[in-house]
Design a protein around this ligand. Structure first.
Ligand SMILES: Cc1ncc(COP(=O)(O)O)c(C=O)c1O
Length: 390
């Protein structure tokens, strides 16, 4: 039977401007930055093609049809009803959370993050002129990260004005449970802290786990939350720069809109077109993608257990990113450089995710199985050659 979508091959990305494929020498296999080596859904490509054919690419309004598409998506996937007016378009999730910080900062105010975390989180407080407050995620003996209520409450101080949450969490792959979300939300509510929840990976959640937008816990929490989402990870559209915020609080929404207008610089029209096509006609493709990613995740997990002794990982509950603990092996000068130099595989250096990431690497398995196999074989051979495993 013919497969409905192609997840087995992809065009040469080195002939494009691809950051992933152009940052390293030609003999290096890139398994780092978070985009996938898969074609976007055919319906999205079709919509972009039609828009290109139009031939005029001027400034855009916020298309009401896209807001409707987002509302339908959120209700269908997360049983989350948002109104059209609560949605604010932003050029990207990273600019979104930085603008939220600018909107919230007051003299001496603090911003809390949980580490290890997606590296741009580490710079938000500094950029906004806020106090940088960091809480290492708790980690059990098996290496599973979790939120501990007492530690979380203790990390919020009278200065804390904003909590920047990453859920599902990059890089540790957790989909926080309802209980964990309640712990964080209630503590923030008590201390009058605004939650900015980066949920960019929410659509890439695997079986057995359910993504709950923190704003859906209850009305009071929704009013104190800005949620950031985007089709960019889900449908592999990161270069098109489109994301959105859901901001129920009217005053905060007004400030954020002004900041987007003044500093964000307007939307990429191709991002708008792609987002609408993805949310209205991309669901079937996504269903297939999730099967491929989950099977890659399982393959990777088995491989690490059986073929790469000394490395440890927890299967990610969402995201196509695996967080590999290499501290059991003495990889020199560090695991990232070891795999780059000895295996010619480019991963992300765990140290870039905060101090707790030292000794870890992050591996992107959003690629055809053959690519993943090749990367893992290279890593295994490098470990064997250097006698790290036999
Ligand atoms: C948690 C998280 N937030 C934001 C981004 C980037 O989003 P954008 O390209 O919309 O700024 C990424 C990309 O890897 C991410 O993992």
């Amino acid at each position: 039977m013919e497969k409905p979508f192609n997840f087995d091959t992809f065009p040469d990305r080195r002939t494009t401007e691809s950051l992933k494929w152009r940052a390293y020498a030609k003999d290096v296999l890139p398994m780092w930055v978070a985009d996938m080596d898969f074609l976007s859904p055919p319906k999205v490509i079709e919509a972009l093609r039609a828009r290109v054919e139009h031939g005029i690419y001027g400034y855009a309004i916020d298309p009401p049809s896209l807001k409707q598409a987002i509302m339908t998506w959120l209700e269908a996937r997360y049983q989350w009803r948002v109104s059209e007016e609560e949605i604010v378009f932003v050029p990207s999730v990273v600019s979104g959370f930085n603008l939220v910080a600018l909107a919230l900062k007051t003299p001496g105010s603090g911003l809390l993050i949980q580490t290890p975390v997606y590296p741009p989180f580490l710079n938000v407080a500094r950029q906004a002129g806020m106090k940088d407050q960091r809480l290492p995620l708790s980690r059990d003996a098996a290496g599973r990260y979790y939120v501990d209520g007492d530690r979380f409450r203790a990390a919020l101080t009278p200065e804390t004005r904003m909590f920047l949450l990453c859920n599902p969490h990059n890089p540790v792959g957790r989909v926080f449970t309802r209980e964990e979300l309640w712990i964080m939300a209630e503590a923030c509510l008590e201390q009058d802290v605004v939650i900015c929840s980066d949920e960019i990976h929410c659509d890439l959640t695997y079986s057995g786990h359910v993504h709950i937008p923190i704003a859906t816990l209850d009305e009071a929490i929704a009013r104190k939350t800005v949620t950031l989402m985007s089709p960019s990870k889900t449908f592999n559209l990161a270069g098109l720069k489109f994301a959105f915020a859901v901001v129920p609080d009217p005053a905060l929404r007004k400030t954020l809109k002004q900041l987007v207008h003044d500093l964000g610089g307007g939307m990429n029209i191709m991002g708008l077109v792609a987002a609408e096509a993805a949310y209205t006609r991309g669901a079937e493709w996504l269903q297939h993608l999730l099967k491929i990613l989950e099977s890659n995740r399982n393959y990777l997990y088995e491989y690490v257990q059986n073929e790469l002794p000394g490395l440890e990982m927890q299967p990610p509950e969402a995201t196509y990113l695996a967080w590999l603990d290499c501290r059991g092996l003495d990889l020199q000068p560090n695991p990232y450089e070891f795999f780059l130099n000895e295996a010619r595989v480019a991963l992300n250096n765990g140290r870039d995710f905060g101090a707790e990431g030292r000794g870890f690497v992050r591996l992107n398995f959003g690629c055809p199985r053959a690519t993943l196999e090749q990367g893992l074989l290279r890593m295994k051979a490098a470990l064997e050659r250097t006698k790290m495993v036999s």
